[in-house]
Design a binder for this molecule. Sequence first.
Ligand SMILES: [Cu+2]
Length: 268
Amino acid sequence: MSHGRPLVLVLIGTALAAACGGGGSSGPPPRTIAAFSGASQTDTVLATLPNPLVVLVRENADPLAGVTVNWTAPGDGKVNGAGTATTTTGADGKASVTYQLGHIAGTQTPTAAATGVSGSPASFTITAAAGVATQIAKTAGDGGSAVITGQATYTVTARDGHDNPKPVTFTTTAITAPTTAGVSLQNIAFNPDSVLIAAGGQVTWTWNDGTIIHNVTFTSTNPTPPTNCADGASGNTCARTFSAAGTYSYHCTRPGHGAMTGKVVVVP
Ligand SMILES: [Cu+2]
């Protein structure tokens, strides 16, 4: 009695297939493969990525089990511990491998291929960063020179144990000293209390402290300082020229103004 039922089911199945294919192509349903997760990871060279590489194979919109997926690692990278690996999709349509990065820093692209599946091979873009620096070397800029206001650039290159480079650059701008500077006498202080000018330049002091009297009296003797600026109040100015390079210290000699000190630094 049980021999009749399978025959009925086969006949129904044939009828449905004929109805679906009416008027159109009768080719196989489309199958696709695509990276599902694990793409775009970053790690140091020779590390094993924290997350596996996973592909998803579908037939129409449904996960497809039992599909053979052939994985290939670039360079000396490893999929499941070797240069190539073969896995089969599970009931969820997914297949996965672990990936150990090769030793060269940069982009590494492991792939997953399946026969007769569109989107094959699916690829993963993995970024390999140089490892811990074990070497450092001068690269550029040693013994170089720059014109005044030009830039001097120095580069050193650190390398990890696999010779992957990590350049480190420093930039310095050479500036020329100004030929003039100004100092304000205010709140019983010189502001700024230190100025820098080129030899032959001039410093101008300006009194801005109301009726409080101040003066500029040089205390250093070498190089020989210019003439002191006498007592004055708001509105007074005093300019002095400095021809020799060196540091010139000064203060205000008014009673109670002992904290009023300043200096002029003159460079060649
Ligand atoms: Cu003073």
